[in-house]
Design a protein around this ligand. Structure first.
Ligand code: GLC
Length: 422
């Protein structure tokens, strides 16, 4: 309020001067802190803080996307004005739309430089509910040194991956490398398991849980074959504990040199090559395998965005920060420091990024072809759909019911939830 009256009375130049001195304000931003996020965030916001005089406080959220979503929903339902900005997962736009500020007008021009499909994923009706910060598509990380030592080639199918993982794990353990595991991934009962399991099912030719037209497709022979196959991993090529792993637990095992293969997002690339990493310079990445005689692999589409709360009392400043965070300068720093895939098209031709973080240009086609989770067709019900799916998968992998039993039950539950339409 004061700002607009002052602007009216004094004109823009005077306001700019005031804004950098007496009107300096603080905004808060809620975000997960996976990997080196806290340090990276400080580096990213520094130029904005310096040019505006405002400061940003990061409110750290739990590592699990599911837990974050639960917390955000509580805050937003209570009309919390302490949080000005939320970092939001790509799947949340339809569920949080009503409580977020429409950014379509202010960001219209900036959005022209972003991949249209990603902007579309954050658009609900005509409302742009969040601005893309980075996109995500997983990689199969493999230890090139170990594959070479054991005369193994890079696996192209899940079956080959299983055999190679077992062979190297057995040989290394026999030679005293007791802590080595074949394959680590995200098996905890949360959104990350939905991402992993969608990849198994889709890469076996078993569809994408709920199809883009809203049909429930999960109860099929190929999906059952995929889950039965994966259920052989815990306790053989993967630790039993993998059923409690999220991204960071998998990265922990991998980065201390104790896994041959890992499924993870690109953020693990930069960290894996950091000075204190045991696998620095010893690994490479490839696309996830195919399965069950199906010849197309699948990567789940992830990604994070920045949204402004409808309850923020500092909306103008929050919007200015959101615009900066989604803009080219911040995206480039985020790519260089955190190996995150930018959503601005031209950054895939950036020479510094290509040199420092080669996975970024290499991964452009992978994310462009990545499989979306069914958040668009299931609308406000997505969180329940996903939690029913990951529970059915987690039960199967824990030996609690077969894949056939659990997917049949899941189909019934999803049909109930859908009712006469999503
Ligand atoms: C990554 C993805 C996000 C996904 C999450 C699951 O952070 O970017 O979209 O929901 O992993 O753990």
């Amino acid at each position: 309020m004061t700002t607009s009256i002052t602007r009216h009375l004094l004109g823009a130049a005077a306001v700019t001067a005031i804004a950098t001195t007496s009107l300096a304000d603080e905004v808060t931003l809620a975000s997960g802190i996976t990997g080196s996020r806290i340090e990276d965030f400080k580096a990213i916001v520094k130029p904005w803080e310096a040019s505006t005089g405002h400061t940003v406080t990061l409110v750290p959220m739990p590592a699990s996307s599911t837990d974050q979503f639960g917390q955000y929903r509580l805050w937003l339902a209570a009309g919390n004005s302490d949080i000005d900005l939320y970092q939001t997962d790509v799947i949340w736009a339809p569920q949080l739309a009503e409580q977020l500020v429409d950014l379509s007008e202010v960001a219209g021009e900036l959005m022209q430089s972003h991949f249209p499909s990603i902007v579309q994923s954050q658009t609900v009706g005509d409302k742009l509910v969040a601005l893309p910060l980075y996109t995500d598509a997983p990689a199969l990380y493999y230890r090139s040194d170990l594959l070479e030592k054991h005369g193994a080639s890079v696996p192209e199918t899940w079956e080959e991956l299983t055999q190679t993982a077992q062979k190297i794990q057995d040989a290394e353990r026999a030679a005293g490398n007791d802590d080595l595991w074949g394959f680590v991934w995200q098996g905890n009962a949360y959104e990350g398991l939905t991402c992993n399991a969608l990849e198994w099912v889709k890469s076996f030719g078993g569809g994408q849980i709920v199809e883009p037209n809203g049909d429930i497709s999960i109860n099929n022979d190929k999906a059952i074959a995929a889950l039965d196959f994966v259920a052989t991993w815990p306790g053989t090529i993967s630790p039993e504990g993998v059923l409690a792993y999220k991204e960071e637990e998998a990265r922990g095992v991998w980065q201390t040199g104790n896994a041959v293969f890992m499924r993870n997002w690109p953020y693990a690339y930069g960290l894996g090559n950091s000075e204190d990493s045991a696998v620095k310079g010893k690994f490479a990445v490839t696309t996830l395998p195919t399965g069950g005689d199906h010849d197309t692999s699948a990567a789940t589409l992830g990604g994070w965005n920045i949204a402004v709360s409808k309850y923020s009392e500092n909306q103008d400043i929050a919007i200015s920060l959101a615009m900066y965070l989604a803009g080219p300068e911040a995206q480039k720093i985020r790519s260089l420091t955190g190996s995150r895939l930018p959503t601005i098209m031209s950054l895939y031709e950036d020479a510094d990024i290509a040199k420092e973080v080669p996975i970024i240009p290499q991964w452009k086609q992978v994310f462009l072809e990545a499989v979306p989770r069914p958040s668009a067709p299931t609308k406000g019900a997505y969180n329940e759909v996903s939690s029913k799916f990951w529970s059915a998968v987690h039960n199967t992998l824990s030996g609690d019911g077969t894949a056939a039993e659990n997917l049949e039950l899941l189909e019934l539950e999803l049909s109930d939830l859908k009712g006469s339409g999503w």
